[in-house]
Design a protein. Structure first.
Length: 253
């Protein structure tokens, strides 16, 4: 009887382990959108981000494709992908915007970098302003490194990161309203007070300036990094980009 029970245990453990391993390695498909006719510093980031994420995809066993055709933002194409990235631009036509909204409202996932969150007129795309939880207010110039602090170390998206780290040179944005005050927004990273004032030509003088957040009504992460060719030079920050994409792809962290 004891012998039979143990055999059952072994089978159960084996099945559980196999299921866990399957979930951990579950394949998913990522489509990254980028443009080459936008601000050069943003193109520079996109051109480095594509091979970076290709390497991550190989290591973590998911599928990664990139396209500069924003008309791929259509229902037939989007339904083939579990995660969409905007590396250096945003949809510009009504059809692209509606396709993205429907995708996100039906279980799609999104990782947006830097200029992806740039919108200073709500009327351009009201749904996106609500989705992001805020709008662009100001920026720092020239690009400078900044200390970023982690808001919630228990979040699976950032839990493996140190409490704070030096994020490589970037043009930093400020926001209005403060996304931390928007219902449903969970801030993950914030510019540390020690950075201020940051910038010379354009200066952010202080206040609460979130850098990375998620709107908990959707499967989405916005992160302000993404300007210039230094963004991917921090191993810590790169780990965040990798974790963020795996979390969006449904992998356990
Ligand atoms: Zn920029």
């Amino acid at each position: 009887m004891i012998r039979r029970f143990c055999s059952f245990c072994l089978v159960a453990v084996f099945v559980f382990s196999a299921t866990a391993a399957f979930a951990q390695d579950r394949p998913f498909h990522v489509l990254a959108f980028y443009s080459t006719n936008v601000e050069q510093d943003h193109v520079d980031f996109a051109m480095q981000a594509i091979p970076f994420f290709q390497a991550v995809a190989k290591r973590d066993h998911f599928d990664f494709k990139a396209t500069s055709n924003w008309n791929d933002m259509n229902p037939d194409t989007l339904k083939q992908y579990q995660v969409v990235l905007w590396l250096d631009d945003a949809p510009s036509t009504a059809a692209q915007r509606v396709a993205f909204q429907n995708y996100m409202e039906h279980g799609g996932a999104w990782l947006g970098f830097h200029i992806a969150g740039w919108m200073d007129n709500r009327e351009v795309w009201p749904w996106f302003a609500d989705f992001l939880g805020t709008m662009f207010s100001g920026n720092s110039w020239p690009p400078l490194p900044a200390t970023v602090t982690i808001d919630d170390p228990t979040s699976p998206i950032v839990k493996s990161l140190p409490h704070s780290f030096l994020s490589p040179a970037n043009e930093w944005y400020s926001w209005k309203p403060d996304p931390r005050q928007t219902p449903g927004i969970k801030v993950l990273m914030t510019l540390a007070p020690s950075n201020f004032p940051i910038g010379f030509k354009d200066t952010l003088v202080g206040g609460d300036i979130p850098v990375t957040w998620t709107n908990t009504k959707y499967k989405m992460i916005y992160t302000n990094m993404g300007h210039g060719d230094k963004i991917l030079t921090s191993a810590v920050q790169n780990r965040f980009f990798e974790n963020a994409l795996l979390w969006l792809g449904g992998r356990e962290q």
